[in-house]
Design a protein around this ligand. Structure first.
Ligand SMILES: [Zn+2]
Length: 169
């Protein structure tokens, strides 16, 4: 299959049948255009993300959410203003993130697939597709286990975290 960038029409080469593209989340856009959009997180990256047909968070290397697209804000019931500098766990209302130590610093966080998927992608640059994860949502004494699956892609110093499935959605 021949692929062309939807933004600049540059030939993106041939995607072999069954082959996996590095741009799992931003597919249809070449690396140069994607880097250009994410050089500075702002209106341009926001409208690009809103066009994606899935909920996507933009996370920095410390696990904070810089941006959430419209679908993610609706799904997680967070306002854009709220998402600034929120830890991933706070976005998902993870019971462990609500502990005094905070997201990423509790004894539970070493087993967190959401966080480790994001951090692995930061380190390796490799995208991840539909990784199964779970979280305990709510308060630590009254939480509900939620299954989810997420995909990741690194782009110009940030990681995009796509929510493929959450709970029964
Ligand atoms: Zn392009």
């Amino acid at each position: 299959m021949k692929r062309v960038c939807a933004w600049c029409n540059k030939d993106m080469g041939i995607l072999l049948a069954g082959g996996q593209s590095k741009n799992l989340i931003t597919h249809g856009i070449c690396e140069e255009c994607a880097n250009n959009i994410f050089t500075k997180i702002g209106l341009k990256s926001e409208s690009f993300l809103d066009d994606l047909a899935a909920p996507v968070l933009v996370v920095d290397e410390t696990g904070r959410t810089l941006l959430a697209n419209r679908l993610a804000r609706v799904l997680l019931k967070k306002n854009l203003q709220d998402t600034e500098l929120y830890n991933i766990g706070d976005m998902f209302e993870c019971a462990h993130a609500a502990l005094p130590e905070g997201c990423g610093k509790t004894i539970h966080c070493g087993r967190c697939t959401i966080r480790s998927s994001v951090m692995d992608t930061f380190e390796s640059g490799e995208s991840k597709l539909e990784v199964k994860a779970y979280l305990h949502r709510g308060k630590s004494d009254n939480s509900e286990k939620i299954d989810l699956s997420v995909s990741t892609e690194k782009i110009n110093g940030v990681v995009l975290l796509r929510i493929d499935e959450i709970g029964d959605k």
